[in-house]
Every structure is written in structure tokens, then in C-alpha cells.
Design a protein around this ligand. Structure first.
Ligand SMILES: C[S@@+](CC[C@H](N)C(=O)[O-])C[C@H]1O[C@@H](n2cnc3c(N)ncnc32)[C@H](O)[C@@H]1O
Length: 228
């Protein structure tokens, strides 16, 4: 499968900030707050991309052991340069890998997070299954994803932005309109919240839940792994 993120890796962060109206950092901080990591825990950030969620965890909980995994080398390269610039290269281990076939043993992590990555997986259920497998008993998964607002008015306005403005603005900011047309289509096609909860539940996560952010433009899902 072609690496859709390679052409936009260098401009990804900038485009993210502009296209989300600078909400993306607040959303990631919210994930850290909800995850409430303890200092001796270990975290796997899947589809870590340029590493922004892993970085928020490292800033807010410096004792945490953090692994950031992504399939795209150009995205990881941007993450690596950022870690060095911020002097955090010893806090986060970056690793190339496929979220659908993780090399980690069962029950390896207290926390697994994915920000804006589950939507991109060719087999979402396999990705969620892998998350469940590598979580320790009592571990927690947090999945941040774009979604469509539940209010009809907001949804209509957002769909206009998504369908008519986002690919063009994203194209201007990064030089790759195709990547942002893909973003539009993948947000549009992403299943309803109830479906994601149902999938988490069927895979064994307990409890499961979600919370809408910024009017439902983004949604944070969570699922726990019960103790044996
Ligand atoms: C929209 S970016 C999100 C990056 C980052 N988590 C963030 O919050 O900005 C999606 C990332 O998922 C990665 N990705 C897509 N498929 C993957 C897979 N099978 N395994 C690991 N990473 C994958 C892409 O390379 C890309 O970096």
C-alpha cells in the first residue's frame, strides 16, 4: 500500500494546526488528562506519526515509558527531529512497525493510544484486536478520531467545510490535495460512534465509552482490559 503520509510529512503538523483551528493540541492534551498515566506505567502510541501525542505524554508525565510506532518512515523522521530539538529523545522510543501485526508480547503495555490513526488502518478490527492483545490486564486504550457532529446544524456546516474546503486548503498547505481528499473521504466513511463501541465491546474491552470534543468534530473512545 502506498505511504499516503510521505508526501505531506514535512508540512503535516502545520496543516493539522490550521485545519483544526489549533484544536489538535488541546485534543491531545485531553487524551493525556483522561488517560491519567501513572509514572511507572508504559505507553504504546500507535500510528504516532510526527509524535505529537507521545510528546504530550512525555511533557505531562516525564516518568512514563513511551514507545511511538508508525509504519511511515518519513513521518517518524519528522518525529525524531522534533524529539531531538526538544531534548526529549531519551523519553520516547520511536519504532517503525505495522499496527496490524505488532511485534510486542501479549500484555506488554498499561496504556495504548491512537490519535487519528484507526481510520487509516486497512483492517480496523485487526488493529483493535492487536491493541487488546498487547494491553496488560487492567490496561486502558484511548482512541482519538475525527467524527461528524451529532447536532444536525453543526453536522451540515461541518460537511460543507469537509467536502468543499478541506481538500483545497490542505492541498495548498501541503502540496498534496489527494491526501486531504482522502482525509475527507475517510472521515465521511468512518462508522458511527455506536458501531465503534460495539466493536470494542465484542473484542472484550470493558468498560467502553466515548466523549465528543469540540462539538463532535473529534471523539475520544476508550476501552479497558479487565484483570484476568
Ligand atoms: C493522520 S496520521 C496521525 C498521526 C498522529 N497520531 C497525530 O496525532 O497527528 C495517521 C498515521 O497513521 C500511520 N499509519 C497508517 N497505517 C498504519 C499501520 N498499519 N501501522 C502503523 N501506522 C500506520 C500513518 O503513517 C500516519 O503517520
Amino acid at each position: 500500500m502506498p505511504d499516503l503520509f510521505a508526501p505531506i510529512a514535512a508540512r503535516y503538523d502545520f496543516a493539522n494546526h490550521i485545519l483544526s483551528g489549533y484544536r489538535d493540541r488541546a485534543w491531545r492534551r485531553w487524551v493525556v488528562k483522561r488517560a491519567a498515566p501513572k509514572p511507572d506505567e508504559c505507553l504504546l502510541d500507535l500510528c504516532t506519526g510526527t509524535g505529537d501525542l507521545a510528546l504530550e505524554f512525555a511533557r505531562l508525565c516525564p516518568e512514563l515509558e513511551i514507545v511511538g510506532l508508525d509504519i511511515s518512515l518519513p513521518m517518524l523522521q519528522v518525529a525524531r527531529e522534533k524529539l531531538i530539538r526538544l531534548g526529549l529523545e531519551n523519553k520516547i522510543t520511536l519504532q517503525q512497525g505495522d499496527a496490524l501485526h505488532l511485534s510486542f508480547d501479549d500484555s506488554s503495555f498499561d496504556l495504548v493510544t491512537v490519535a487519528f490513526g484507526v481510520r487509516n488502518l486497512p483492517d480496523r478490527l485487526q488493529g483493535l484486536r492487536e491493541i487488546y492483545r498487547v494491553l496488560k490486564p487492567n490496561g486502558r486504550a484511548f482512541i482519538l478520531e475525527f467524527s461528524l457532529p451529532q447536532s444536525l446544524l453543526l453536522r451540515s456546516l461541518y460537511l460543507v467545510y469537509l467536502r468543499y474546503f478541506l481538500p483545497n486548503i490542505g492541498g495548498i498547505l501541503t502540496g498534496s490535495r489527494a491526501s486531504y481528499a482522502y482525509l475527507r473521504d475517510s472521515i465521511d466513511a468512518f462508522p458511527a460512534r455506536a458501531q465503534i463501541l460495539c466493536e470494542l465491546h465484542e473484542l472484550g474491552f470493558r468498560p467502553v465509552g466515548y466523549e465528543d470534543l469540540t462539538g463532535g468534530i473529534a471523539t475520544l473512545y476508550w476501552g479497558g482490559k479487565a484483570s484476568c
